[in-house]
Design a protein around this ligand. Structure first.
Ligand code: NI
Length: 169
């Protein structure tokens, strides 16, 4: 089931999400829905708060569903290692219509548990490292706009607020 995506400005997106201690049938269904929602968007990553559920669950698939081995579903993900830095243009399904260049780690390793409760560890560089940081940020209530500074950030926030005010968001 495709779920509606929560947008910038909704409180739930700007709050820290809760850890998951039991992989219930409800959480497994949520993970499936998140994958479906991500592919439909289309996007390469999605965090549970983006579909209105404030728990620490992310899905990532750089292949957009073309390669089934590319799908990562992780609960309670955390960084094991982050190194280097990359500057690339980035967007977010919760901030439609806006992009900005964001500094992210060049390489990253994360660990968490999968839907069967097994420990999983993933390493990535480039776009994958960027996706790790972007999605983990969501779990801490942070969107890419929050990683910007000064005029760049103010400009995007002002434009979003205007769209919210005029009912276009
Ligand atoms: Ni995002």
């Amino acid at each position: 089931m495709i779920r509606p995506i929560v947008k910038y400005g909704e409180a739930l997106l700007h709050r820290r999400a809760e850890a998951v201690y039991n992989v219930t049938a409800e959480i497994a269904a949520l993970a499936r829905d998140m994958v479906e929602t991500m592919y439909a968007a289309p996007g390469i990553g999605l965090a549970a708060p983006q579909v209105g559920v404030p728990i620490r669950l992310i899905v990532i698939d750089l292949s957009l569903g073309r390669d089934s081995s590319g799908l990562i579903t992780l609960l309670n993900p955390e960084f094991v290692e982050r190194e280097g830095m990359q500057l690339e243009e980035e967007g977010c399904l919760s901030v439609p219509g806006f992009n900005a260049t964001v500094a992210r780690p060049g390489r990253a390793t994360i660990r968490g548990i999968d839907l069967e409760g097994h420990d999983r560890i993933y390493s990535g560089e480039g776009l994958l490292a960027r996706a790790f940081q972007h999605e983990l940020d969501h779990l801490d209530g942070r969107v890419f706009v929050d990683r910007l500074r000064g005029i760049k950030r103010d400009l995007i926030v002002r434009r979003i607020r205007k769209q919210i005010r005029t009912g276009q968001w």
